[in-house]
Write a protein that binds this ligand. Structure first.
Ligand code: NDP
Length: 453
């Protein structure tokens, strides 16, 4: 990278940090992308002239709103809702909604920013956005969840539309919540506009393989990474963090491909099961009973549960060859990365968004561990959401086999795009570089064509 391009990138980052104070996760995500773009700017001086990076770092629209609701005892609660409509150069804003007490504007912006490049990498016509609320669904009754979702949508609906902004699920938002929100949208607008939300139930406009897509897609991507090294998942030991939507289906697909998944986690601890994680039991505990993971260990004959409270224990202590962080941002830090390297881990791929800290990525890189960044590795979810929109638009419903095959093809293409861009921009085998450059160039080219808007 030339000296003035380097200086330009530093200046842009400083400006983003100054104009968005206190948004640590957003700064981290911007820094990560910008640090890959030197060779792109060297090759495309027009991007600098048109201030393409500065424009991409500024959301097109940010919506923050009050979400009042009543619990089962009649007590009033006020939460804060967010939707950041980041970039629509490639299509309607697309990205999930997260309900978690940690949600704030900086987190939504980091997720929305990542989503722009992820969606571009899929090759599909979808822009980037993200949203959510600082609402904690844990321990809430079904009726409380419904009232919250209805109140949330009562404000958000005016910003949505199948050609405008199409949310989906994320942490704390699954099929149940999408159902309550879709119901409220339909009631307010008097339109059965299936394409306005994805992750819907099968009988009311949902698509086969959407629940499985992020986890399955992650494993397809891992298989491509391994194949590029002449290897496969068969017989490999795997550890997955989290036990939610992404994690469950990553476990399932990894086992279908002949790996042995030894451990998974939630926010209070992890389970190690020498027999391999039993997906049916895991789903029963987490999805049906909505219980803690310790309930899994009580029922699986050779499983043990380890709490991750004060003692500093981590699911990454469990030796494995392939590590798949599928819980939340910055969950795999430098210590965890060093432990993985000591234990002989050969590949890490992100099912969650930005689960690996900058320092941890550095440790893995220096140790020669293959690393698949989330914006490529977990893009199967949003890609299948785009397939759901496609099916909604054509009033069609595809079979499971066809949908899964499309997902596998898309992940293969994403891998190829990252691989080729990494070669083109001077870092063969560097998936971070490849994903950032390929994603950025597709968005920047579209923005260039659309003029200064
Ligand atoms: P879920 O809510 O279904 O599951 C989240 C899992 O992560 C739960 O096991 C949860 O444990 C755990 N978790 C959440 N926060 C923490 C924390 N602070 N510390 C430790 N564990 C935590 O969410 P998803 O599976 O949908 O999402 C997981 C990740 O994947 C997120 O980063 C999301 O942005 C990303 N992602 C999701 C996609 C999707 O299609 N759903 C698509 C692409 C990315 P507990 O139950 O104890 O809270």
């Amino acid at each position: 990278m030339s000296v003035d391009v380097h200086a330009d990138i530093e200046r842009i980052f400083e400006e983003v940090a100054r104009r968005n104070p206190g948004e640590a996760e957003f700064h981290q995500a911007v820094r990560e992308v910008l640090s890959s773009l030197g060779a792109v700017l060297d090759k495309h001086p027009e991007y600098r002239r048109m201030k393409m990076i500065e424009r991409i770092c500024e959301p097109e629209r940010q919506i923050i709103f009050r979400v009042p609701w009543q619990d089962d005892h009649g007590r009033v609660h006020i939460n804060r809702g967010f939707r950041v409509e980041f970039n629509s150069a490639l299509g309607p804003y697309k990205g999930g909604l997260r309900f978690h007490p940690s949600v704030n504007l900086g987190i939504v912006k980091f997720l929305g920013f990542e989503q722009i490049f992820k969606n571009a990498l899929t090759g599909m016509p979808i822009g980037g956005g993200k949203g959510g609320a600082d609402f904690d669904p844990k321990g809430r009754s079904d009726a409380e969840i419904m009232r919250f979702c209805q109140s949330f949508m009562t404000e958000l609906y005016r910003h949505l539309g199948e050609y405008t902004d199409v949310p989906a699920g994320d942490i704390g938002v699954g099929g149940r919540e999408i159902g309550y929100m879709f119901g409220q949208y339909k009631r307010i607008t008097n339109r059965y506009e299936s394409g306005v939300l994805t992750g819907k139930g099968l009988s009311w406009g949902g698509a086969r393989v959407r629940p499985e897509a992020t986890g399955y897609g992650l494993v397809f991507f891992v298989a491509e990474m391994l194949a590029a090294r002449g290897e496969s998942l068969r017989g490999r030991t795997v550890v997955v963090s989290g036990s939610g939507n992404v994690a469950v289906y990553a476990v399932e697909k990894a086992q279908q491909q002949g790996a042995r998944v030894l451990a998974c986690s939630d926010s209070s601890g992890y389970v190690v099961d020498e027999d391999g994680i039993d997906v049916a039991l895991l789903r029963q505990v987490k999805e049906v009973e909505r219980a803690r993971l310790s309930a899994y260990a009580e029922r699986a004959p050779r499983a043990r549960h380890v709490s991750t409270g004060a003692g500093g224990a981590s699911v990454w202590d469990v030796p494995c060859e392939v590590a798949l962080p599928c819980a939340t941002q910055n969950e795999l830090d430098r210590d965890a990365a060093e432990q993985l390297v000591r234990n002989g881990c050969l590949l890490v791929a992100e099912g969650a968004n930005m689960p690996t800290t900058v320092a941890a990525v550095q440790v893995l890189r220096e140790a020669g561990v293959a690393f698949g960044p989330g914006k490529a590795a977990n893009a199967g979810g949003v890609a299948t959401s785009a397939l759901e929109m496609q099916q909604n638009a054509s009033r069609d419903s595809w079979t499971f086999e066809h949908s899964e095959q499309r997902l596998a093809e898309i992940m293969r293409d994403i891998h190829a795009r990252c691989f080729e861009a990494a070669e083109e921009y001077g870092g063969p085998g560097d998936y971070v570089l490849g994903a950032n450059c390929a994603g950025f160039v597709r968005v920047a080219d579209a923005m260039h064509d659309l003029g200064l808007i």
